[in-house]
Design a protein around this ligand. Structure first.
Ligand SMILES: O=P(O)(O)OC[C@H]1O[C@H](OP(=O)(O)OP(=O)(O)O)[C@H](O)[C@@H]1O
Ligand code: HPA
Ligand SMILES: [Mg+2]
Length: 179
């Protein structure tokens, strides 16, 4: 059933699952024999990370970082805080960062800088959604699932005020919900 706060579904469960399977196939080839450390950025990337990693048919390790910059609104504050660091050392490791969405690019550029400083052997980014129009820093993902229009989207991990992460699809909120 469509959630009453959703104006429009942009990507269905089937759309997401197809994109994820395609990316999984590409990443399986990329990381075969490399034992990558796959890092999910909490909390938004959780759904994508769990689905994507199950489509990667190679040995890998999972870890998480909790970074936050949005507070409870729809605008990035630009102030990226590390709320939970990795459990694993990344020195000499192949790192694959998994994101639900890249918007301004601030979250990931901050993380990439940190991972470089920590001497990862390689650092690559896979994101389910890319909202290129909103970029304020120079940051490109290595693999993008879907290029999204400049709208605030929710569902499949993406929240507004911590709500809607559990929707199985990705959609746009009705304006009266966030205005
Ligand atoms: O490119 P940016 O403008 O930095 O935005 C993208 C980031 O913002 C969201 O996370 P948020 O910080 O809201 O935390 P969450 O994942 O817990 O929702 C999203 O999950 C990305 O991590
Ligand atoms: O469009 C979005 N939706 C939810 N969270 C987000 N974080 C950055 N952009 C978005
Ligand atoms: Mg996030």
């Amino acid at each position: 059933m469509l959630h009453p706060d959703i104006k429009e579904v942009l990507y269905s469960e089937e759309d997401i699952s197809k994109v994820t399977a395609d990316l999984g196939e590409i990443l399986t080839k990329e990381y075969e024999g490399k034992y990558p450390l796959v890092i999910g950025v909490l909390k938004g990337a959780v759904m994508f990370m769990t689905d994507l990693s199950r489509k990667m048919d190679c040995d890998l390790e999972l870890d998480f970082m909790d970074v936050s910059s949005y507070g409870s609104g729809i605008e990035s504050t630009g102030d990226v805080k590390i709320l939970k660091d990795l459990d694993t050392s990344i020195e000499g490791r192949h790192v694959l960062v998994v994101e639900d969405i890249i918007d301004t690019g601030r979250t990931l550029s901050h993380l990439i800088e940190l991972f470089r400083y920590r001497k990862a052997k390689s650092i690559k980014i896979v994101t389910l959604l890319d909202k290129k129009e909103r970029r304020v820093v120079d940051l490109k993902a290595d693999w993008v699932g879907i290029n999204v229009p400049n709208e605030f989207v929710v569902g499949y991990g993406l929240d507004f005020d911590e709500k809607y992460r559990n929707l199985p699809y990705i959609g746009v909120l009705k304006e009266e919900i966030y205005k």
